[in-house]
Write a protein that binds this ligand. Structure first.
Ligand SMILES: Nc1ncnc2c1ncn2[C@@H]1O[C@H](COP(=O)(O)OP(=O)(O)OP(=O)(O)O)[C@@H](O)[C@H]1O
Length: 202
């Protein structure tokens, strides 16, 4: 059984200018897929289709065999991590992580703070943190609603080389320990080597 399947996806932002043509791919549970391709080839768009921020012109997307092609993003239970962390500047680390979960999930937020080794930073604001710390908080925020799948769009590219490899292995370890499948868009072959179990070239 495929965990995630894209079947014959066609998509264009502009009429008569196809960007994605007849794209099919499969992911097994626990896979970490890296999507590679030239700038502008549509890598981020594939993530937007999977997360539901865009809908294909034709084709199907199945998650655990369920057709999610036209399901709204908030119902898909898919996490998203961006290059620029996109944390809320006016909220503390704790509140950033808790943003997408109910009040009764306090324990989950504390557990995630521990997983990312940031319990001591729960009351500080994002601008006081290093890039690597901010990316760990962004990861915890994406993981808080307990997603089945996480989409990573160039998540390490704002980090300098030393930190990049450290954060990459920390994030990989966290996703492995929680058994969360992931799809990574990157230009960096080192990311592919260290992070991915599978690759797909667009
Ligand atoms: N909302 C939009 N409306 C119209 N065109 C768009 C929109 N978003 C992206 N595009 C165009 O679609 C193409 C693919 O964009 P996308 O961001 O998916 O590429 P990418 O492979 O992720 O690129 P990069 O590696 O440079 O981030 C680009 O030509 C881009 O300009």
């Amino acid at each position: 059984m495929s965990f995630l399947e894209l079947k014959n996806i066609n998509f264009s932002y502009v009429k008569n200018k196809p960007l994605i043509e007849n794209l099919s791919l499969r992911l097994s549970r626990g896979d970490s897929l890296a999507i590679l391709g030239k700038s502008g080839s549509g890598k981020s768009t594939i993530l937007r289709l999977i997360s539901g921020f865009e809908s294909p012109d034709s084709g199907k997307i199945l998650l655990e065999e369920k057709d999610i092609t036209y399901m709204p993003p908030q119902r898909r239970n898919i996490g998203y991590l961006f290059q620029d962390y996109a944390l809320f500047p006016h909220l503390s680390v704790y509140k950033n992580i808790a943003f997408g979960v109910g009040k009764k999930d306090k324990d989950r937020v504390h557990e995630l703070l521990e997983i990312i080794h940031m319990s001591d930073f729960k009351d500080v604001y994002p601008h006081t943190l290093s890039g690597g710390q901010q990316q760990r908080v962004a990861l915890a925020r994406a993981l808080a609603p307990n997603p089945k799948l996480i989409l990573l769009d160039e998540p390490f590219s704002a980090l300098d080389t030393g930190l990049r490899s450290e954060i990459r292995s920390q994030i990989k370890e966290i996703l492995n320990s929680l058994k969360i499948s992931s799809i990574l868009v990157t230009h960096d072959m080192e990311d592919v080597k260290e992070f991915a179990t599978k690759t797909f070239e667009i």
